[in-house]
Design a protein around this ligand. Structure first.
Ligand code: GLU
Length: 579
């Protein structure tokens, strides 16, 4: 039994009696130590500024697992006090992504900070009346100047209280200068024990500074609202990204001023790309640049020609092609991608929505994210949600950066799809289609989706089922023949002649099933001493437009005889005209 369990064993029960409750095996000792009689209440507190990033999803998952592991509560709070950056749309998207992942929260309605302004105001006014916070009048320009002085003197900029003189106060009043409110942070050491890093994190006294708790627009800062709400919601454990590590000292200072107990804090390792670079939106821009260079090389085009094809200024494109630090905005990226034939789905996924749209299963993504910085012990990897809950332990979270291995995620997804119950897989596929509204498969019924999934067994993502099957759901006249396929398969390899022969054979088949089609095609192959590929490939091109499709005979059965024959005839007519 661990150290914490022993401590709890000696503890006092709610009624004041001592008790020795048996603990479930593997119960996290460090949690118990921090828990005393409280239950675990964790939270996820995203700022609604865009879709959920995988890093945010991992934070949500770890907080969720912690709560579920200890039969506690997982709460959701929307931190929307940054009026310039928060949007309602982002808020809806965040909730959607969490729902898709299956990370359900236990509070309804969700806490929204923008609805709690009165609470923050009241507390800030109280701190001011007790001399623990005060109005500060420096403008952004003045603060900048102070920062520059510190920079020149090669020291960190520390803001300490400076009481304006009477004269200054009068001038500010005349100018109607807006004020922020700053917390008077005690000038002394602050420290806390980080449950993930498993060590004390210390801020020396000289780094203490009076930081802003209410902005000039009247909104509380993140620091203030986060502390007030964690307390109001009874949060016992805060797991969040390492970028917040040093913010925690400010949070401790606010807690002290307000007389709150501090929750247990744990800061999660940073997520890096496999090459060690920081994972972020930049990666998408990088990939577009690499492809743009490839496109120019293969098609012997200049940056000027790329700019013209994308409809963008030459200087902009030229600068972007040369410099890794220049990034195109979303609209510019779109224009370049169109010009070079790169699709959205070819870009590396960064947001949960990207993974969802490219056909990942939520359980595979969650399993993968769980292992980003957390080790369940042994060499366990593929785990169900129940197994993750059972094994989760803050002590197993690593201290060093985690690497995002996309190949491993693809393997997880392949395995998750292969082992998923067929009915559920259809439901997940339907969900995938709902975020890919351009796919004609949206018109297919569940039975048909089930057949397509079965036909592509072994697929890595749902996109790999969707895209090659789209030809089955297009109007015959909408099939576009890929010039390379026509050239190679129909002309060079003489596939056109095969189609001429097959046309009446298929037309006269007594029954239209994958087996009867296959048998007829095999008989034809034998009679002509042709390999199956020499016949299947032209058929593929004729019905789908390209040389890749799901298994051809099953595809033809699904497509039906009339459409198959119509496409064969159209293909023959078009290739004759261009022959
Ligand atoms: N709204 C903050 C963020 O999205 C929350 C940080 C925290 O968990 O304290 O980064």
């Amino acid at each position: 039994m661990g150290r914490g369990a022993a401590r709890r064993g000696k503890g006092r029960g709610p009624a004041g009696r001592s008790f020795r409750a048996p603990l479930p095996s593997g119960f996290d000792a460090r949690i118990i130590a921090a828990m005393s009689d409280r239950t675990v209440v964790s939270r996820f507190a995203p700022s609604p500024t865009g879709y959920l990033h995988v890093g945010g999803a991992r934070t949500a998952l770890f907080s969720w697992l912690l709560a579920r592991r200890h039969r506690g509560r997982f709460l959701l709070r929307i931190e929307d006090t940054d009026l310039a950056r928060s949007t309602e749309r982002a808020c809806v998207q965040l909730l959607e992504d969490l729902r898709w992942l299956g990370l359900h929260w236990d509070n309804d309605p969700v806490v929204r900070q923008s609805a709690r302004l009165e609470v923050y105001d009241h507390l800030i006014d109280d701190l001011k009346s007790r001399g623990l916070a005060y109005d500060a009048y420096e403008t952004a320009g003045e603060l900048d100047a102070l920062r520059k002085v510190a920079e020149r003197e090669k020291r960190a900029f520390i803001y300490r209280r400076r009481e304006p003189g009477e004269e200054e106060k009068r001038r500010f009043a005349v100018e109607n200068r807006p004020a922020v409110v700053r917390l008077a942070m005690p000038v002394r050491e602050f420290r806390f024990h980080d449950a993930v890093l498993d060590k004390d994190i210390v801020m020396p006294a000289e780094e203490a500074q009076d930081f802003v708790i209410r902005k000039t627009d009247g909104m509380p800062t993140y620091h203030f609202a986060v502390v007030v709400d964690d307390h109001a919601m009874g949060i016992s454990h805060v797991l969040r990204g390492q970028e917040h590590l040093k913010n925690t000292f400010y949070h401790l200072a606010i807690q002290e001023a307000l007389g709150y107990a501090a929750p247990t804090y744990g800061h999660l390792p940073i997520i890096l790309n496999i090459d060690g670079s920081k994972m972020g939106k930049r990666d998408r821009d990088k990939k577009i640049r690499v492809h743009a260079h490839g496109w120019m090389k293969n098609s012997k085009k200049t940056p000027e020609e790329l700019a013209a094809a994308a409809g963008l200024p030459v200087e902009r494109i030229g600068g972007w092609l040369k410099s890794e630090t220049t990034q195109l905005d979303l609209a510019e990226q779109q224009s370049v991608m169109e010009a070079i034939g790169l699709r959205e789905s070819d870009l590396p996924e960064i947001l949960v929505h990207d993974f969802r749209k490219n056909g990942y299963l939520p359980e595979a993504l969650l399993n993968f994210l769980a292992l980003l910085g957390w080790n369940p012990g042994g060499d366990r990897e593929r785990m169900s949600m129940d197994e993750l809950v059972e094994a989760f332990d803050i002590g197993g979270i690593g201290k060093s950066n985690a690497r995002f291995d996309r190949a491993k995620l693809l393997n997880f997804n392949t395995e998750a799809a292969a082992s998923a119950d067929p009915t559920r897989l259809v439901a997940v596929f339907r969900e995938y289609l709902s975020v890919n509204p351009e796919s004609p498969l949206n018109g297919a019924d569940d039975a048909m989706l089930g057949k397509l999934l079965a036909m592509k067994k072994g697929f890595r993502t749902l996109r790999e089922v969707d895209e090659p099957s789209r030809f089955l759901f297009l109007a015959d006249a909408a099939i576009q023949y890929t010039p390379e396929a026509v050239e190679k398969v129909l002309k060079k390899q003489n596939g056109r002649a095969v189609l001429v022969d097959l046309n009446p054979i298929l037309r006269d088949l007594p029954e239209w099933t994958a087996e009867t089609i296959e048998r007829a095609v095999e008989a034809y192959c034998q009679s002509k001493s042709l390999g199956l590929g020499k016949v299947a490939q032209p058929l593929r091109v004729a019905v789908s437009g390209s040389a890749v499709s799901p298994p051809i005979f099953q595809s033809l059965e699904l497509l039906g005889r009339p459409a198959t024959l119509a496409r064969l005839e159209r293909c023959l007519a078009e290739t004759q005209a261009s022959a």
